[in-house]
Design a binder for this molecule. Sequence first.
Ligand code: EPZ
Length: 416
Amino acid sequence: MKKYIIKGGNRLSGEVSISGAKNAVLPILAATVISGKSSLISNIPRLKDVEVMVAILKSLGAEVDWGIDGILVNSSTINSVSLPEELVREMRSSIILMGALLARFGEAKLSYPGGCEIGPRPIDLHLKSLRQMGVVIEEAHGYLHCKAAELNGADIQLDYPSVGATENIMLAAATAKGTTVIRNAAREPEIIDLQDYLNKAGGKIKGAGTSIITIEGVKTLYECSHNIIPDRIVAGTFMVAAAITQGEVVLKNLVVEHLQSIIAKLRETGTYIESDGNLIRVVGVQNISSIEMLQTLPYPGFPTDMQAQFMALLSIAKGTSIINETVFENRFKHGEELARMGAHIKTFGKVAVIKGVNELTGAKVYARDLRGGAALVLAGLAAKGSTEVGNIHHIERGYDGFHTTLHRLGADIQLV
Ligand code: EPZ
């Protein structure tokens, strides 16, 4: 199995240009199914999860060409509504194809998406919402068979601002009969990007980024092209890399507005941050301050996808920090691995208490999920001695050339 070997202690310095957002490109690639025409999506990171989504589109019969100016999808040739089980298992977020297939064909068949490393990941909000739109869903033998003679607009109140459920409803509603309102919708920037793509294709959607999204069903969607927004979590990860190594890094091609909660919490640790237009400069300090309470929340709150990276940073802060992971059930596995590097972390359900230590020591650790794996790399950059991070396939799902970028910034890291 591939692993990273990191010799800690180097300060990072230099510039990073941020790639397109994984969590924007996945729902937008699903949305290309609806029009039955061509869509050119650009600024796409080369990630495992994107390759899986491309494989799923091809398995449905779409023509997909991943060239230098992005991914060209011609969905006119799609001739199946059944998602391949092995690919759905590989990537939970393929559940958003359900809404797109229902919009185009009125039918979708897929195996129940497995939970994953960070908790059970139910899909009850997706199913309840689609049923409100007239979808009949049979759940049997681990399969979901969805059928809708006609998709009707509905007034949907989400119990929780689920990102995936909001996206699935938008896709199913885009060409439904009548108008759909989503209340308590997720407000993530990736939802706005999905709205932008759908409207460019002729959709009539408004309110993305707020808690109430209104989708007026249209007859059909058209050919269009769309440029994906920068990845705020990749940007946040490199900001923490600068902070944890007391380095100085400039990040370009990002949307500062999407990073406000990460900037605020990093500043609380004493890290110096200045932003100008679509550029951020991060300067790490020797004495990292602890954070009294770091709570993960739906956007615009502090993102759960940055929790692990901050736990690594707070492991070497002066003082004790508390993290409250309110979004997922079981997202502290990286804590056990950080403890092998000398971190003092105690977890109580959704709360973790991190007592800062002077320094971490290199050890053999294993990535257990995407962001937890990235956090172990960050810890290795700061640890004394050599750290081996195994199971890095988790990391490759969400970071395009992670070690090559870190190496270019001065990290002593190699892939073996
Ligand atoms: C998206 O996952 C992201 N994935 C996640 O990023 C991110 O952590 C999450 O949103 C929260 O921001 C993609 O966009 C591909 P949710 P999603 O539905 O849609 C519960 C990463 O690292 N819930 O907002 O699955 C659920 O169990 C990944 O890039 C239900 O109970 O997140 C969770 O506790 C990890 N029932 C909470 O809501 C449902 O029907 C948030 O889930 C749906 C969700």
